[in-house]
Design a protein. Structure first.
Length: 81
């Protein structure tokens, strides 16, 4: 009995958005930009899903935490769900 060959799926390598676009900065006061990196439940999306590099992910999580502290971003998602 011959074993089946596994299907090889092509997955594109994720590139850090902040490394490619030098004009894009991480700022805790920019809540619209930071909201794209937070799930609807209020959790910070991990770097393996977003594709950011390690240094920018650390800056991003620090900025989200600061924005939450001064109430620019919510700690949790929508409670009605």
């Amino acid at each position: 009995m011959q074993g089946k060959q596994p299907k090889k799926l092509f997955t594109r390598k994720k590139v850090c958005r902040f490394c490619t676009d030098k004009d894009l900065t991480i700022n805790y006061k920019d809540a619209k930009t930071l909201a794209g990196f937070v799930s609807e439940r209020g959790k910070i999306i991990p770097r393996r899903i977003i594709g950011t590099c390690a240094s920018h992910q650390r800056q991003l999580s620090e900025a989200v935490k600061r924005a939450r502290h001064i109430a620019l971003l919510p700690y949790a998602g929508n409670p009605q769900e």
